[in-house]
Design a protein around this ligand. Sequence first.
Ligand code: ADP
Length: 400
Amino acid sequence: MKVLVINSGSSSIKYQLINMADESVMVSGLVERIGEEMGSLTSKTFPGTDKEVKTVLEQPIPTHGVGLEMSIDLICKGDNAVCAMNEIDVVGHRVVAGGEKFNVPVVITEDMWPDLTETERLAPLHNPANLGGARDATKLFPGVPQVLVFDTAFHQTMPPHAYMYALPYEYYEKDHVRRYGAHGTSHKYVAKECARLTGKPAEEMNLITIHMGNGASMSAVKNGLCVDTSMGLTPLEGLVMGTRSGDIDPAIHNYLAVNRGMDIAAIDNVLNKESGLKGLCGMNDMRDIHAAIEEGNERARLALEVQTYRTRKYIGSYMAVLGRVDAIVFTAGIGENDDIVRLKSLEGLEPFGMKIDPEINAVRSKQARKISAADSTVDIWVIPTNEELAIAREAKALVS
Ligand code: ADP
């Protein structure tokens, strides 16, 4: 079975064609700057192998539909074609928000569209593009199942006391204001991987999973099910991120409006795009922040301290949520690569049985690895995430 995985963003499309026989990537590609004067398409066949062929096309790409058609032409036609179009058995789509209705992956049927369209207001920056990609693919692949995999689905097992905000109840009933979380596909993938690597059934494991990239979130996973997560109605809540503030006093909105004359749209923009690490020190890439700290930049040091302190507070709160923690899993750009952030996030937690082996932690690797010290009672793992493979697996399971 061959699954085409599509992640359609506001001006980009990421895709992978995965051969499920051995879960190898046949093609991976990125369409960028859709709708701008000049767009680009970068496609790699058999990436990372000695058969890799890279193709770059630079031309205007007016719509997502055109971008997708160009990508499929490269996959299925011409010198570097890897398979015929009718050999693509399923298309899997990443969708950021599924609301309460879409708590498992679904194969799209025509009658679902009103409910799917309803989810767009929960993630206005992402869902219209995600679902637009699914509409385009439905036209290009008539009769081929289109599977939607929702980033929020894994978190739908949270109990009401974890997902409700203490706001007037009708905001939940009428406007669906509650916590949904995000990055669920990644949290679920690394939780399952951790169980597999540990050799225990996922249903018997209590985990704290930490997805830390440009966006960052944490989940408390009890007996294989998510019972709490740090992102909320939107991906703004929780940890300190590249450009997002994470948790703040909600009264800051009013304070900024009164004291700086900012309107709600401007405040929202600052909290999402000008805050977090970038707000504190002007840099949102952790690599740049470490380099600046080396040069004595105190604001960069502060940003690192604030970010890792927030993570540590969440670890503490999830220990309280779970009672027993079997393992902590770090994943995504920072989680997989940044030994200093991992160390600082667990600093002082040794009395709770969480102890990193500093030497193993410092070794760079693309492989999953256990970084806890021999006498740590909680296992600490670094497990690379693979959201595309997770989507492909969900899509395969649903249509098989
Ligand atoms: P997203 O998918 O949320 O855009 P990623 O998971 O790709 O993000 O993570 C990107 C971030 O990971 C970068 O902004 C950078 O801060 C961090 N990162 C990537 N590589 C390294 C590294 N070697 N050391 C430290 N941080 C890294």
